[in-house]
Design a binder for this molecule. Structure first.
Ligand code: IVH
Length: 726
């Protein structure tokens, strides 16, 4: 600035200087400390104020100004940068033994040059999954940034790195005249997801993972494009540094110092004295990995004493004083050998990728679900393609995408079958549904097998030992058509099964027999009615007390009553008025429709009839020896004392509220014991409403329809009177 400054220039210069400091302070708070001080909009306002001032006063231009982070002119090609200190790579360790070997070699090398190995410490830190860069600061100002390249010569990406807000353009405090910092440029997962959403919205190809996105963004020839990408930076090491200032003696202290001068460093690190401590760090980070906001592919151990590094030396192109302890790769390439169709319990046809076995995320993966037809065409996978398979943490493996560049000329497109591959019946894709479905129901052996496995599972009627292998045989030999048939198998039939010894056959027979005692809610769940999971089965069992009561409930009336209560509540709630209890809360129209569809199928009735015959899922009152009364009736004594009568023959009774001295279950059992039936909702067909304390909306409905409301005492009276008459 040799020319005389224009009028007002020094004032403007001071304002510009203040704004620049202010903006860098906010960049630091946001990107280094991860603790923003002001809202984004306020940052933008300050930024634009500075842009305007700089435009009016070009004499104060400065490449280190925060405004320069928007990216300068595009270049035709990157220049070259020779690394004064080569950018080496790290040796890898894949298991505990490799780490033990690393530690042994360090101790040998240190001992050989007379260092006191009892003082040896390691600094353990994260291995960021991005790309390595070197940042050169002269007099504390960022002047040059480069990629690693071949380790000797990299590409000059200064203009692009200037746009990365986590990279300080001006360091704080005293620093050596020349200071070269090394670290990793990467993208946070949440930023990556947002970027990909934007790519998709524009119709652009999404990036495969944050590392590729970061690499692609940094290597843009137009820095203005890089400026729009949410890149981050973490410093982890040193390149050249001029000898005019002493730097911290340990690596851990060096990282702390980086943070002090304004460079972001990873927070997760530890100083370790031996391999045990290193391995603990590795395992701890492995568990916390998914919670980090960015990807890592391992941890790095470095000898903490920086002045030992030279002495310990190098092997080939890697230092002996550091090692990368890698996590199992979460992504791998393999071949899509074929696509199989799996038929599920409800007939859904699921395409499953058959893969050339590949080790990924710590396991060998041979197949992965492709979910449905839409997913398949969205991913554009062809049989024969090389595909990226991903298995992160405990997540089930997935096929991420095809590597289309490697697509062989004979790659084949897969077409969803129009018929069930197992039973040959028609497959349909209902409008609005993603799935193709085999229409055959239990006629289809695949569905039959799945239905049996569902029925027998621990959370259903729990038949121990009835696994896939046995179910396959039972169905393939046509020994079992429906779950009810299980109870009519004889020992000789079971003994015929392949590889099922006499003892196991007997155990299985016993397990089948004891599954008769499964509670009503488990039997309801076991039936596999669509949308009736464990929770819904529990609600239904508690409300109706018997399978037939569920199937024969007056569902249209229940739906009507639900709608009525919901409508009332919608009006009453904002006014603070009393609410009506919604009958069968949680059981919505979709579930009800599916129960009705199940009930309408005569075949299902037959299965339930056969189950009853076998003693499975019986209404409590019909249980042999009144098992319920014997176990649960103890509280009242009334159930077991009363001899069954037909006092309530043909009467449909609805229960509401809490009955004094009776559980809901006991009251239902009492009614059934005396020939009555229990229904869940009040309709024209209801004979009585049995009401206890805090009755629900059923009372209102009863009053509307003129249905008599009685108490438990009155009900017991009716039963007694009947007994006396007999
Ligand atoms: S130190 C001489 N520390 O891993 C040692 N590298 O193969 C130089 N990396 O290219 C590397 N996190 O991109 C070091 N905390 C970390 C790292 C790290 C990621 C990358 C770096 C390098 C590669 C080593």
């Amino acid at each position: 600035m040799g020319d005389p400054a224009p009028e007002g220039s020094s004032q403007a210069g001071a304002a510009i200087d203040t704004l620049r400091r202010e903006l860098e302070r906010h960049n630091h708070a946001y990107y280094v400390l991860d603790a923003p001080l002001i809202p984004d909009a306020e940052y933008d306002r300050l930024f634009h104020e500075l842009v305007a001032l700089e435009a009016a006063h070009p004499e104060w231009a400065d490449p280190a100004s925060p405004t320069q982070r928007v990216g300068g002119a595009a270049v035709g090609a990157f220049g070259q940068v020779r690394h004064v200190v080569p950018m080496l790579s790290l040796q890898n360790a894949f298991d505990d033994q490799d780490v033990v070997g690393f530690d042994r070699r360090v101790r040998e090398a240190a001992g050989a040059v007379g260092l006191d190995v009892s003082l040896l410490r390691y600094c353990a830190e994260l291995k960021f999954d991005g790309l390595a860069v070197s940042l050169l600061y002269v007099d504390g100002r960022f002047v040059q940034g480069a990629t690693r390249g071949d380790g000797q010569v990299g590409e000059d990406v200064t203009a692009n790195l200037r746009t990365v807000r986590a990279i300080a353009l001006q360091l704080k405090g005293p620093v050596p005249k020349r200071l070269e910092v090394r670290g990793e440029v990467l993208m946070f997962r949440r930023d990556f997801d947002r970027l990909n959403q934007a790519q998709a919205a524009r119709g652009d190809k999404p990036f495969v993972n944050p590392r590729n996105a970061a690499a692609g963004s940094l290597r843009q020839l137009d820095p203005a494009l890089t400026a729009q990408r949410p890149l981050r930076f973490f410093a982890y090491g040193l390149g050249e540094s001029s000898p005019d200032m002493a730097l911290p003696a340990s690596h851990a202290a060096l990282l702390d110092w980086f943070a002090e001068i304004g460079l972001p460093v990873g927070q997760t690190r530890s100083t370790c004295a031996d391999t045990e401590a290193l391995l603990n760090f590795y395992r701890g980070v492995g568990m916390a990995r998914a919670q980090l906001p960015y990807d890592i592919d391992g941890v790095v151990y470095k000898v903490d004493q920086r002045d030992w590094h030279e002495a310990i030396g190098f092997v080939a192109r890697a230092p002996r004083f550091a090692v990368a302890h890698k996590f199992a790769a979460e992504e791998a390439l393999t071949e899509l050998l074929g696509i199989d169709i799996q038929v599920g319990r409800t007939g859904v046809l699921t395409p499953v990728a058959r893969l050339r076995p590949v080790f990924v995320g710590g396991v060998t993966v041979t197949n992965a679900t492709l979910h449905n037809e839409d997913e398949l065409s969205r991913k554009d996978l062809l049989i024969g393609d090389t595909v990226v398979v991903r298995r992160a943490g405990d997540v089930i493996p997935e096929v991420v995408r095809a590597v289309t560049e490697r697509r062989p000329p004979d790659a084949r497109r897969f077409v969803m079958p129009t018929h069930c591959p197992v039973c040959g019946s028609l497959a349909v894709r209902e409008p609005g549904a993603a799935a193709w479905r085999c229409v055959a129901g239990l006629y289809c052996k695949a569905q039959r097998k799945q239905a049996l496995l569902h029925f027998a599972q621990r959370r259903a009627v729990d038949i121990d030992g009835l696994g896939e292998r046995i179910v396959d045989q039972l169905v393939d030999l046509d020994l079992v058509q429906t779950p009810a048939d299980l109870y009519f198998l004889d020992a000789t039939a079971l003994a015929r099964l392949d590889r099922l010894g006499e003892k196991s056959a007997a155990n299985l027979a016993a397990a089948i027999a004891s599954s008769r005692e499964a509670t009503l809610e488990r039997v309801l769940f076991a039936l596999g009615i669509r949308h009736v999971g464990e929770e819904i089965a529990r609600i239904l069992a508690a409300e109706f007390g018997a399978i037939d009561a569920v199937l024969d409930a007056d569902w249209p009336a229940i739906l009507e009553a639900k709608a009525l209560a919901q409508k009332h509540n919608a009006r009453a709630r904002p006014r603070g008025e009393a609410l009506m209890a919604v009958p069968l809360e949680g059981v919505g129209p979709e579930i009800i429709a599916s129960i009705q569809a199940f009930a309408a199928e005569p075949h299902n009735r037959q299965v339930i009839g056969r189950l009853w015959q076998a003693g499975v899922g019986l209404p409590p009152a019909v249980l042999p020896n009144n098992a319920l009364a014997a176990t649960e009736g103890a509280g009242t004594g009334q159930l077991s004392d009363d001899a069954p009568s037909r006092a309530l023959e043909g009467r449909t009774i609805v229960i509401t509220g809490t009955l004094p001295g009776f559980s809901r279950h006991e009251a239902e059992a009492l009614i059934r014991q005396h020939g009555g039936s229990v229904s869940g909702s009040v309709s024209g067909k209801t004979h009585f409403v049995l009401a206890g304390d805090q009755p629900g909306s059923k009372i209102t409905k009863a009053q509307q329809l003129g249905v008599p409301v009685i108490s438990i005492d009155q009900l017991q009276g009716m039963i007694r009177d009947d007994g006396q008459e007999n």
